[in-house]
Design a protein around this ligand. Structure first.
Ligand code: FES
Length: 101
């Protein structure tokens, strides 16, 4: 799914979107895009877009679980965010629900 022009999208990050009936969130960190299902594996709150981002670490604002956007893995608890494929092509950003590598 096309999210939008990269130059405009970057200013809106963390940006929420809907894809196939699921909520997603798009981040832009250190020149790279990261897309995740916007659902914390702890108690399933969909608030990651309101979390603090430090480098590639996003903190769920509900109870403080931290996740590395490069892998989706929690760095201070259990669980893993589901990371989705995101690509920039011809100045547009696209996300699909395939597992990010
Ligand atoms: S729901 Fe995210 S840390 Fe509890």
């Amino acid at each position: 799914m096309r999210i939008g022009r990269a130059s405009e999208t970057v200013r809106k990050c963390p940006l929420t979107f809907e894809l196939g009936g699921e909520g997603g969130v798009l981040f832009f960190v250190d020149g790279k895009w990261f897309a995740a299902r916007n659902r914390c594996p702890h108690q399933q709150f969909e608030k990651l877009h309101e979390g603090e981002v430090e480098g590639t670490i996003v903190t769920c604002p509900m109870h403080g679980w931290k996740f590395d956007l490069r892998s989706g893995l929690s760095v201070n608890a259990g669980g893993r965010l589901r990371m989705w494929n995101v690509v920039e092509k011809n100045g547009d950003v696209f996300v699909d629900r395939g597992e990010a590598q």
